[in-house]
Design a protein around this ligand. Structure first.
Ligand code: FAD
Ligand code: PYC
Length: 414
């Protein structure tokens, strides 16, 4: 892999930047691979990377129907945190956050992790009490969390209007939470996986599965049949459709989740604010844009665009908190198709079809989970049993009723 370093930057600049090689190859698919990963989002690429890096399984292809990162991984609002309510979730997401903390160095790619804190607001006494329980639950799982008064919040976020229609009474913060650049996470994993021999094949849609003797033997794709003993599905909002082609029913509902950015302004907000009650969250990107998101659209859809009512409601909520932002012009708005489970917890692990593994159900919160998801899925595929951190996230939990209801901790949008 051509290393990115100050020395290399200077050397290449002096040579007119002619010697940089593409960050990954554009291979034609081989007739078969040891492992095929379907979906070139963050989870698929991270799985391929850790298969090669940690398990020596390098005969791997990632098949992406469009371009890598063109799904939710390149459309999200970049929030990373691990302050989940239940111990199983907190342990998993903290594993992911810890991997994020070392990722720029590991991938030799600046993922621009900025741990500026994720602050959840409470707008009523009832919500304040729930926030206290939530903060204490995360502390008991060994995850940092701190309860803040309204005065603490005003000090941290001077522009906030505490006396809005929904007054701010307090909240809690995970100071290790933050944002990292979503494209960089995708490209960093792709470049590192490619360097270890993984084939990343774009414009290659998987249309069905080949089976032999009750187990998978390959996939049919828009570029022909590709054989594989082990297949991982990481296709987010398309999970139920694709799983059906393997004869599986997965409890995924697909909805559009939208976000938007304003024109860039000088530094105005250096933490991430989340309000479950008014269904909005807001941060400022490194380019200066105010990044705004809210609830998922209220209906099922496979279209990568959202409707105006949610947009309008979200903007109204943010302007209650920050009246001065009403002067800003909106620059862009977009949406992704999120894969929502009944308990807002992901589905990870083995499936009833031998050799077929699934990683989905991240809904509105799987960006923070990319390193952890890739790391544990690779281990699961390599050993054909769930990694200890994901045993609670199996598809079979819906048969047993062993749900992990993280609805309240799923950011705001669910
Ligand atoms: P994706 O990145 O969607 O990748 C799946 C890939 O599979 C896609 O590229 C798709 O083209 C491909 N694919 C589908 N079908 C096929 C097929 N048949 N053959 C081949 N390829 C196929 N999470 C957070 O943690 N923090 C946030 O702040 C946050 N904000 C969000 C804001 C928005 C607006 C949205 C939409 C999502 C947000 N999320 C957030 C959620 C997060 O983006 C996703 O959970 C995460 O990116 C999922 O990653 P993935 O790799 O599973 O899916
Ligand atoms: O999961 O933290 C989250 C989140 C924030 C915004 C969207 N998802």
């Amino acid at each position: 892999m051509q290393r990115y370093s100050l020395l290399n930057l200077a050397r290449n600049a002096l040579r007119g930047n002619k010697d940089w090689r593409p960050a990954w190859r554009t291979p034609t698919p081989k007739p078969g691979y040891e492992v095929v990963v379907i979906g070139g989002g963050g989870h698929g690429l991270a799985t391929a990377y850790y298969l090669a890096r940690e398990h020596g399984i390098r005969n791997v292809a990632v098949l992406e129907k469009g371009w890598i990162g063109g799904g939710n991984s390149g459309r999200n609002t970049q929030v990373c945190r691990s302050n989940y309510f239940y111990p199983a979730s907190a342990a998993f997401y903290d594993h992911s956050l810890k991997l994020y903390e070392g990722l720029s160095r590991e991938l030799n790619f600046n993922i621009m992790l900025s741990q500026r804190g994720v602050l959840s607001l409470a707008h009523s006494e009832h919500e304040l009490e729930i926030n206290r329980r939530w903060a204490n639950a995360t502390l008991m799982s060994g995850v940092d969390s701190e309860i803040l008064t309204a005065a603490d919040i005003k000090k941290l976020v001077p522009r906030i209007n505490l006396e809005s229609r929904y007054p701010v009474l307090g909240g809690f913060i995970q100071r290790r939470g933050g944002i990292s650049r979503h494209d960089a996470v995708v490209w960093g994993y792709a470049r590192a996986a490619n360097a270890l021999g993984v084939d990343i094949i774009q414009n290659c849609e998987v249309t069905g599965f080949q089976t032999r003797g009750g187990r998978v033997s390959g996939v049919s794709t828009s570029q022909g049949i590709i054989a594989a003993d082990r297949i991982v599905m990481s296709v987010a909002g398309h999970s139920s459709v694709l799983a059906q082609r393997a004869g599986l029913r997965v409890p995924i509902t697909t909805m559009a989740l939208q976000a938007m950015v304003t024109e860039p302004i000088k530094p105005a907000l250096d933490t991430i604010l989340v309000s479950g009650a008014i269904h909005a969250y807001v941060s400022q990107s490194d380019r200066g844009e105010i990044v705004i998101g809210g609830a998922a659209d209220a209906y099922n859809s496979y279209a990568q665009r959202g409707g105006l009512p949610v947009l309008q409601g979200t903007i109204a909520a943010v302007l209650e908190l920050f009246p001065s932002f009403s002067r800003l012009r909106l620059m862009r708005q977009w949406a992704g198709m999120v894969d929502i489970t009944p308990d807002t917890t992901p589905i990870m692990g083995l499936t009833p079809v031998e050799g077929l593994y699934i990683n989905c159900g991240w809904g509105t919160g799987g960006f923070k989970a990319i390193p952890g998801g890739g790391h544990t899925m690779a281990d699961t595929v390599a050993h054909n049993r769930p990694h200890p951190l994901i045993t609670h996230f199996g598809l079979n939990r819906f048969e047993r009723g062993a749900l992990i209801d993280e609805g309240a901790a799923a950011g705001v949008a669910h």
